[in-house]
Write a new protein. Structure first.
Length: 70
């Protein structure tokens, strides 16, 4: 699954968009991550976003524990 992230200003004007792909973070958590560049009023900005599933680290640790117990 992928998520399209729309970046808008306070008036709703679209500034740019990023595509966030599923990611398994090094911490054990899972979620989505994207990075890229956006131009706003003639200036370029580097941006990144991460969405981390709450509780996913505990779930992945429990699954890893079950795998080593068998």
């Amino acid at each position: 699954m992928i998520i399209e992230v729309l970046l808008k200003d306070g008036t709703g004007r679209l500034l740019g968009s990023l595509i966030a792909a599923e990611k398994q973070f090094k911490t054990g958590s899972r979620g989505f991550y994207a990075n890229g560049k956006v131009e706003i009023d003639g200036k370029r900005y580097q941006t990144q976003i991460q969405l981390v599933e709450i509780g996913s680290k505990a779930a992945s640790e429990a699954a890893a524990g079950e795998a080593t117990a068998t």
